[in-house]
Design a protein around this ligand. Structure first.
Ligand code: NAD
Length: 239
């Protein structure tokens, strides 16, 4: 479909020089990674505890084994490959249109696609640290084992992902805010905009073109916003 929205988006991109993309789990569903709030998202699946409880700091501390069972099963998608959305964003960066990707995702697919400036607001499954001595571990250390992974020092190894109840990394946060503040175009995609403080960052945008691409409207008021209701990979593949 070569519709008006695609033509308009293409025009915006042609004039964009400091674009920022702000995305969430919906960017990776076309790579086979489930999001939280879609029909087949993790919130609709049945677990003993709701996903946001399992992915919280207190749950990690109190039920570490159960945390890891869920985490290995649902969050470690190591074989997933970038889709058309990740690839297009990396291309726009190379072409000098996009200054940064700000993502709530933890899957590392933007970097896999070739993006270099990526602010990972919620960290990454690819980095892991001992909570006692700080030793770094590759993700395979988590993926291959079972039960709770331990460092030889006796400390528990924890993924470098921001769990619920944990603060965002200050440097990542300020880098993301600066990029959004300086952007001429902000494209928001594949996010329900339900998770704070991440979702609040889009309020720093002062540029000319705000575009939202999502399957269904996000939680924020979209009146007056250039909103494309669709799959982000399919939309970006046409731009
Ligand atoms: P969310 O699940 O709350 O919302 C995803 C949104 O994307 C929904 O509105 C959905 O309709 C839309 N969507 C789904 N597939 C789409 C597609 N192909 N094209 C366009 N839109 C699509 O996700 P969120 O807003 O990112 O917030 C939840 C939290 O989920 C984040 O903090 C993130 O850390 C975490 N998360 C990350 C991953 C990942 O790293 N891939 C996966 C699951 C959850």
């Amino acid at each position: 479909m070569e519709n008006e929205a695609i033509v308009n988006l293409r025009k915006i991109l042609q004039h964009t020089r400091r674009g920022v993309f702000f995305g969430g789990a919906g960017v990776s569903t076309e790579s086979g990674i489930p999001d939280f709030r879609s029909e087949d998202g993790l919130y609709r699946q049945k677990y003993k505890y709701p996903p946001e409880r399992i992915l919280s700091h207190s749950f990690f501390e109190g039920h570490t084994e159960e945390f890891y069972a869920f985490y290995r099963d649902k969050m470690l998608c190591l074989d997933a490959q970038p889709n058309a959305a990740h690839k297009k964003l990396a291309q726009w960066e190379r072409e000098g249109r996009l200054a940064a990707v700000v993502t709530q995702n933890i899957d590392g697919l933007h970097q896999k696609a070739g993006s270099r400036v990526v602010y990972e607001l919620h960290g990454s499954i690819w980095r892991n640290f001992c909570t006692k001595c700080g030793m770094a571990y590759p993700v395979q250390r988590i993926a291959k084992g079972s039960g709770v992974p331990h460092c030889p020092c006796g400390g528990v190894i924890k993924p470098d992902v921001v769990l619920y109840e944990e603060p965002l990394d200050e440097r990542v946060l300020s880098g993301a805010v600066e990029a959004i503040r300086a952007a001429d175009t902000l494209i928001i995609g594949g996010t329900s905009l339900n998770v704070y403080p991440a979702a609040g960052l889009i309020d720093f945008f002062r540029g000319d073109n705000l575009v939202v691409i999502n399957k269904g409207a996000p939680a924020k008021d979209m009146r007056g916003v250039f909103f494309i209701d669709g799959k982000i990979g399919e939309v970006f593949a046409q731009v």
